[in-house]
Ligand binder design. Structure first.
Ligand code: FES
Length: 178
């Protein structure tokens, strides 16, 4: 969905900003917010570009650097922590060949922490994009990842965010890959 189609769904009111940013980020193939999106959102809401950038930078849930096609978030909150979420993270890091906060070389997966995902009774829990997976163990993770590998296609490579370093330099550094 292109930005004009997204914006057409929202009233030009400032309190719509967070919802718009969420939808834009979730819609982009690389799960990030691009500079041209920022400009269009600012115009739609009668805000300055700097005001929108300020909100994007304030919330850690928003990203301006390209991320993977599939965003894996692992709950690190107390219940999942007690249920050995650290072991789940370790297994994911090994299986994907990346560390927490990184994106795989093929741009298929990004691995991130999350606060409570609201499914504590299924701990340990992770989400992949909009779907949740609970009662995790190493075998279950391998099976889930295998499903995504099968779905992988050669098209749909994430687009590179353009010219954002100047606006979001600090945030880009935080996500620098090794
Ligand atoms: S503590 Fe992990 S889902 Fe709630």
């Amino acid at each position: 969905m292109i930005i004009t189609e997204i914006l057409a769904k929202y009233k030009p009111e400032k309190d719509q900003l967070l919802m718009i940013l969420h939808e834009v980020q979730n819609t982009q193939a690389d799960h990030s917010i691009h500079q041209e999106d920022i400009t269009a959102i600012a115009q739609h809401l009668n805000l300055t570009t700097a005001q929108v950038v300020g909100v994007v930078n304030y919330y850690s849930m928003f990203h301006t650097e390209p991320r993977g096609k599939h965003i894996i978030t692992v709950c690190k909150s107390p219940v999942c922590h007690i249920k050995e979420a650290d072991a789940i993270i370790g297994h994911l890091e090994k299986a994907l060949g990346i560390k927490m906060g990184e994106t795989s070389a093929d741009a298929n997966f990004t691995l991130e922490h999350a606060e409570c995902l609201g499914r504590c009774d299924e701990a340990p829990v992770m989400s992949i994009n909009q779907d949740f997976y609970g009662h995790l163990n190493a075998q279950k993770i391998d099976e889930i990842l295998a499903q995504f590998e099968e779905k992988k296609t050669t098209k749909g490579e994430p687009k590179k965010a353009k010219g954002l370093k100047g606006l979001f330099g600090k945030k880009l550094k935080n996500h620098a890959r090794n």
